[in-house]
Design a binder for this molecule. Structure first.
Ligand code: FPP
Length: 239
């Protein structure tokens, strides 16, 4: 097998909207949940590829606040899958130096999933090779609204002067506080949408949309995306 290529300008933080599991399942005449199970394999490949290329933070949009509206069996299936992945991959995360983190409304998750997650977050908190951030019950508008509420409370309690509210103040109240903003946003399965994902944090991110469905997105596709990123000139509003 050909040696995996490494690229020069590697984004520090890659965020991915993993889309197309349902369409992949339909294409293969399988139930939707089989699409999510196939998507799990892509997650594993992309995590390994991110480590290989030296990406430091990887955020995966695994479940949105809107996803609770899906049929009960699909939601339950996804929650079961998530719990299984955390349990089965915990040792591997330790070996690979992966720190598991989450962003989103963790309180919405079923107790069993939340407990499994919290244990894994605690067990991996000293790891420093890759921060794997799962967006779970995540919605960017909900995140910004919660930040506004927290800032409002601090103002009301006299702990914060409204004139001293800076962009950094807002960032510090988001789920992602302490995590650098994504440099690169990947969306699979061709949809030209942001879908309420990290609206504040992706202000200057480079965007890459591929028609490849998430279950078909493996390490080669990830390397291709990184190569595309490396060829871009980032100006952050300058010239
Ligand atoms: C979007 O495809 C995908 C999801 C809503 C779930 C993502 C979950 C996984 C990849 C499973 C395992 C993940 C982790 C992190 C353990 P879709 O169902 O919206 O696809 P469609 O638009 O084609 O219907």
């Amino acid at each position: 097998m050909a040696k995996e290529k490494t690229v020069s300008a590697v984004p520090q933080h890659v965020a991915i909207i993993m889309d197309g599991n349902g369409r992949w399942a339909q294409k293969h005449h399988l139930p939707r949940l089989s699409g999510h199970e196939a998507g799990r394999k892509s997650v594993k490949q992309v995590v390994q590829a991110a480590i290989h290329h030296g990406v430091r933070y990887l955020t995966l949009y695994a479940f949105s606040v809107e996803n609770w509206q899906r049929p009960r069996e699909e939601v339950q299936g996804l929650m079961g899958l998530l719990r299984g992945v955390i349990r089965e991959e915990l040792n591997e995360m330790g070996k690979e130096g992966i720190r598991l983190r989450t962003i989103g409304r963790k309180q919405d998750l079923p107790d069993a999933v939340r407990e499994e997650l919290e244990a894994a977050i605690e067990r991996t908190k000293e790891n420093q090779r890759l921060d794997l951030i799962l967006a779970l019950s995540y919605g960017s508008r909900a995140e910004i609204t919660e930040a506004m509420q927290a800032i409002g409370r601090e103002v009301k309690d006299g702990k914060l002067d409204p004139d001293k509210i800076r962009e950094e103040t807002v960032s510090a109240h988001l789920y992602t506080h302490g995590i650098p903003d994504p440099d690169f946003l990947i969306r699979t399965s061709g949809e030209m949408r942001i879908s309420n994902f990290m609206l504040w944090q992706i202000s200057y991110a480079e965007i890459y949309v591929t028609p490849v469905l998430w279950p078909d997105f493996g390490k080669e596709e990830f390397a291709k995306a990184l190569e595309d990123y490396a060829g871009r000139e980032r100006r952050f509003g300058g010239i």
